[in-house]
Design a protein around this ligand. Structure first.
Ligand code: HEM
Length: 522
């Protein structure tokens, strides 16, 4: 009897303890979930989070798909908890336009994330948490440098620095390389060669040099992007559960190593530029940034100064952003072309009619090639290979669609959701370039084309958008004018995307044949 009472007493104590813990957790959950918001505004809806991990488990392997599904329940503005941190998720074209364009300043910062602090020694223009006058000045500097050494012929120090020339030469080189590989092996892995040609374009602009397709050091560097993208993708648990930053992780170790390699690569070139700089002959973007860093003062009306490191580090961002995105776009394009040979044929017919075979494509041909343009837009939309923009962060308390949004909250912009939203696209999962054409097929419908979200919008919109669009167009048209691409007989195309900052398909080998004998010169 005594034993029963004592054991009964012991059970009661445990029960009381359990009840207390459960009650505390519930209280904390409800407190976090039912936030107090200013009068006249609503709290942002979202799923109930679990303690410590929040909603991380619901994101799964493909956060863009899980968050698209969640937006069907909670709407365009929803909040999840990633580990210990609240995160706002925006969907819907109009809501995203409202946030990034109409309320652009309020949504313009980057969150202070662990992985972002590891990029470019924490001084990255793209990823660092800094915003305000210094960040704006750095963005302006980067924008002007890109313009000078890409688009504006009158400002470039010599005609050879123009991006169109670089792209055409590299695209021509690529065609010859593919032809050589077909003769030697009958097949090739397009990604392996496209990445070097594309990286050479941004190298020419930033550093005034190009690398051979067999340069092992360069190949190792440009092939690191998959691992970089895996760690820098939206939703890395290490950014939201602090303890994970101290536990051994192969992904994070690789990420640190990659950043070190990138910084070491650009620093070596920057030092060489310092050594050989002549102020009356600015050779490339690196020279131009060094000259600016020596002037230091931002502009006549400002007292803010830029450190040399912050200025020269811009080149790291431009180089990094300038090749992975475009290589991924071209590699998806080739997959869609071999998967849809009738589309490839239509593009080639258009190229034959407008450009013929005697000269190479130019940027100025774009307006006369509506089907090709429509194909590129559909490739951007359907693949949505940048499923989210880089995460944003609010600079102040604000209200969006009536919901209260606090200062400093991390914001994910779901570009994939917009590009597959059945409310704005008919049969969104069909690959159909015609959706962008007018009924006669003679021009691209501007309103439809502006619905595709792949370069972000507003204050953080991609700085390289004009170059990016030009590069994808010129590489593709130069290749398709001369070559027809096929999948290998018996090979199954696996086009399922692997989630990351930029989503890639599985690498595969293709084959190709020349459409007509090669011209002696480009
Ligand atoms: C098809 C090609 C490209 C695509 C799809 C693309 C897409 C993007 C996206 C989605 C962002 C983030 C926008 C945001 O956070 O709201 C971005 C940022 C950026 N991109 Fe691109 N990009 C491309 C090519 C390029 C190129 C060629 C360059 C440089 C030469 C470049 C430089 C940058 C920079 C510097 C940023 C950071 C802007 C900032 O944080 O203020 N991009 N890009």
């Amino acid at each position: 009897m005594i034993a029963l009472i004592s054991s009964f007493g012991e059970i009661s104590a445990t029960e009381v303890l359990i009840a207390f813990v459960v009650f505390s957790i519930l209280y904390l959950l409800i407190k976090t979930y039912r936030k107090n918001v200013p009068e006249g505004t609503k709290p942002v809806p979202g799923p109930l989070p679990l303690p410590l991990i929040g909603n991380l488990l619901s994101l799964g392997k493909n956060p863009h798909l899980s968050l698209t599904k969640m937006s069907e329940t909670y709407g365009d503005v929803l909040q999840i908890q990633m580990g210990t941190k609240p995160v706002l998720v925006l969907s819907g074209l109009e809501t995203i336009r409202q946030a990034l364009l109409k309320q652009g300043d309020e949504f313009s910062a980057r969150p202070d994330l662990f992985t972002f602090r590891l990029i470019g020694d924490g001084q990255s223009l793209t990823f660092s948490h800094e915003s305000g006058e210094v960040w704006r000045a750095r963005r302006r500097l980067a924008h002007n440098a890109l313009k000078t050494f890409s688009i504006s012929p009158s400002l470039a120090s010599s005609g050879t620095t123009l991006v169109e020339d670089h792209i055409s030469k590299e695209a021509e080189y690529l065609v010859r390389k593919f032809q050589q590989l077909i003769e030697e092996k009958g097949e090739f892995d397009p990604y392996r060669y496209v990445v070097v040609s594309v990286a050479n374009v941004i190298c020419a602009m930033c550093f005034g040099k190009r690398y051979s397709h067999d340069d092992q050091e360069f190949l190792d560097l440009v092939n690191l992007t998959d691992e970089f993208g895996a760690a820098a993708a939206s939703g890395n648990p290490a950014d939201f559960i602090p303890i994970l930053q101290y536990l051994p992780s192969r992904t994070m170790k690789n990420f640190v190593d990659i950043n070190k390699k990138f910084t070491a690569f650009t620093q070596k070139i920057v030092h060489e530029h310092y050594r050989t700089l002549e102020s009356n002959s600015i050779r490339d973007i690196t020279d131009s940034l060094i000259m600016h860093s020596q002037e230091k003062k931002l502009d006549a009306n400002s007292n803010v100064q830029l450190t040399e490191k912050k200025t020269v580090n811009i080149v790291n961002d431009l180089f990094g952003a300038g090749f992975d995105t475009i290589t991924t776009a071209l590699s998806w394009s080739l997959m869609y072309l071999v998967a849809n040979p009738e589309i490839q044929e239509k593009i080639q017919k258009e190229l034959d009619q407008v450009i013929g075979r005697e000269r190479r494509p130019k940027v100025s041909d774009r307006a006369q090639l509506p089907y090709t343009e429509a194909f590129i837009l559909e490739m951007f939309r359907h693949s949505s290979f940048l499923p989210f923009t880089i995460p944003h962060c609010t600079t102040t308390d604000t209200v969006l669609n009536g919901y209260f949004i606090p200062k400093n909250i991390c914001v994910l912009i779901n570009q994939w959701q917009v590009n597959h939203d059945p409310k704005i696209w008919k049969d969104p999962f069909n690959f159909c370039p015609e959706r962008f054409l007018n009924p006669e097929g003679s021009s691209v419908n501007k309103i439809e084309s502006e619905k595709v979200l792949i370069f972000g919008l507003g204050k953080r919109r991609c700085l390289g958008e004009a170059i990016g669009r030009m590069e994808v167009f010129l590489f593709l048209t130069t290749m398709l004018q001369q070559m027809e691409f096929f999948k290998q007989e018996g090979e199954k195309l696996d086009m399922s995307p692997q989630y990351g900052l930029t989503m890639k398909h599985k690498r595969c080998h293709l084959t190709a044949k020349l459409r007509f004998p090669m011209l002696a010169t480009a």
